[in-house]
Design a protein around this ligand. Structure first.
Ligand code: SF4
Length: 214
């Protein structure tokens, strides 16, 4: 069982409470208009084993508060997702796990694994570009937060609230090749504005936001 991953980073502080490991899956069949992660849409063969991912995460797992899995669409690789989560929980059962999905809970509820404690909190439903954007941890207000475990309730119930100014942050991360990544949930138009400002100042800047279709 191999996974197709886009990237992993630590620490991520904008996708759930505390210092978190961020894992982005590669491949998404939902393809929301205005998605800021269009680079994660393309499917490719899985090329990394869950054991190898956990080995790479091990030093971070020891010091993280939780793990956030996003994408891409994690449930488009559901079997591999659950294999990875089993290993993460076996390594550190106290790490709270948040998974983002563009599918609704009615569809995801068919997975028995949602009742086994592997996922503490789910944020479901697709990004809707024209919806309001007032809720913590969500890109559009139609998205729903579901606490599935006691740990999820303890950590994430307080995230069921409106955005505050303190929430309007992005993490900045640097790869070895000098690539700069931003993680978090930008406000609408922020990425376009940032790219324009960087280009004005002589930098190379690409955004991965999906264009408006109509
Ligand atoms: S927002 Fe999520 S579900 Fe929607 S297209 Fe982007 S990666 Fe896929």
């Amino acid at each position: 069982m191999r996974l197709a991953l886009s990237r992993i980073h630590f620490p991520v502080t904008t996708l759930g409470p505390g210092r978190r490991i961020g894992i982005w899956f590669q491949g998404c069949s939902i393809r929301c208009e205005g998605c800021i992660s269009r680079d994660t849409w393309r499917f490719r063969e899985g090329d990394v084993m869950p054991d190898d991912v956990v080995q790479r995460l091990a030093p971070w797992l020891d010091e993280c508060d939780g793990v956030t899995i996003s994408g891409g669409e994690p449930f488009d690789q559901a079997a591999a997702l659950f294999e990875l989560l089993k290993r993460i929980k076996a390594h550190k059962s106290t790490a709270n796990v948040l998974v983002y999905s563009g599918y609704g809970l009615a569809r995801l509820d068919a997975y028995q694994e949602l009742r086994t404690g592997l996922i503490d909190t789910l944020i479901t439903d697709p990004y809707v570009r024209d919806a309001d954007q007032t809720k913590n941890l969500r890109g559009s207000d139609n998205q729903q937060l579901h606490c599935l475990t006691e740990l999820g309730e303890a950590v994430f119930a307080r995230c069921e609230r409106h955005l505050s100014d303190a929430d309007k942050n992005l993490d900045v991360m640097f790869d070895d090749d000098g690539t700069v990544w931003l993680a978090g949930i930008p406000r609408k138009g922020d990425m376009t504005l940032l790219a324009a400002l960087l280009r004005e100042n002589g930098h190379v800047a690409h955004i991965t936001e999906a264009p408006r279709l109509v």
